[in-house]
Design a protein around this ligand. Structure first.
Ligand code: AMP
Length: 270
């Protein structure tokens, strides 16, 4: 497995592969890798001849008061996992390499970036699109794979990037239903026991055992509720007569840790 932290080195290898007619799949990550990330790599392997993974904690998607400084950085373990997974190449750039002209946020995705997670994190999706566009420019992949765990992020990336086929992977969960996340490492033992309630309650909405209002009440027994919304899964707008798929989207705080989760289901179940 090749590991590069500068762009020219990376591009020499990528160009060599492209010259041979090999297709390149790309999986961007912030490290702190778990089975959710590895499942995206498995999809990438099926989609292309070569798999490139980036590990970069992007400063422009974190607000001042957020956890940029404490975000888990586990490069050694990550590289071992990536090697075992059969990844061809890992890109581990510095912030200076990604943003040679400084870290000014120069992307605005507009209203879609201000709803759901954007209410609490108004700059987040602008930062995400900024880094994904920049990484696409550097790597020039044929395909990129993203997780449906970050459903709004996936939707926005599809809308605000071009020239790369975007493929999605389903949410990988712990056996008790908690969606895997690097931030789960922040949970105390007690919090970790409570955390699966999030997915459990969303499941009760899907099965119509709970209405949205009672589900919100249930969630508030365990968490500080950030948002709980049912929207059209294709548009992330209000459900209409034309809605074929529904997205239950939720974010909560458990102590200082913010957890997100979602369930997407076909309308006929409603
Ligand atoms: P992150 O390192 O958190 O930026 O995530 C990198 C990619 O992994 C994103 O496309 C995420 O949506 C995806 N991802 C994170 N957690 C999961 C999960 N539990 N299941 C599937 N994909 C995930």
């Amino acid at each position: 497995m090749k590991i590069f932290n500068t762009i020219p080195e990376l591009q020499t290898t990528l160009n060599h592969w492209r010259d041979k007619g090999e297709k390149i799949a790309f999986v961007p990550t912030m490290g702190g890798l778990h089975q959710g990330h590895l499942s995206l790599i498995e999809i990438a392997k099926q989609k292309a001849d070569r798999v490139v993974v980036s590990v970069f904690v992007n400063p422009t998607q974190f607000a001042e008061r957020e956890d940029f400084g404490t975000y888990p950085r586990t490069m050694e373990e990550d590289l071992a996992l990536l090697e075992a997974q059969g990844v061809d190449c890992v890109f581990t750039p510095s912030a200076e390499a990604i943003y040679p002209d400084g870290m000014t946020l120069d992307v605005d995705v507009g209203a879609i970036g201000q709803i759901l997670c954007g209410q609490t994190r108004p700059h987040f999706f602008n930062g995400v699109v900024q880094v994904v566009r920049r990484l696409f420019e550097i790597v020039r992949p044929d395909v990129a794979v993203f997780g449906r765990k970050d459903y709004q992020q996936l939707h926005i990336i599809r809308r605000f990037t071009s020239g790369v086929e975007i493929v999605s992977g389903e949410i990988v969960r712990e056996t008790d239903g908690l969606a895997m996340s690097t931030r789960n490492q922040y949970l105390s033992k007690g919090e970790r026991k409570i955390a699966p309630q999030l997915h459990k309650i969303l499941g009760q909405i899907e099965r119509r055992e709970l209405g949205v209002k009672s589900a919100a009440e249930q969630l508030q027994r365990y968490f500080k509720l950030d948002y709980l919304e049912l929207l059209d899964a294709n548009t992330l707008k209000k459900i209409t007569d034309n809605t074929s798929k529904i997205a239950i989207l939720c974010a909560v705080f458990l102590g200082p840790t913010r957890l997100i989760d979602n369930i997407i289901f076909r309308r006929e179940n409603v």
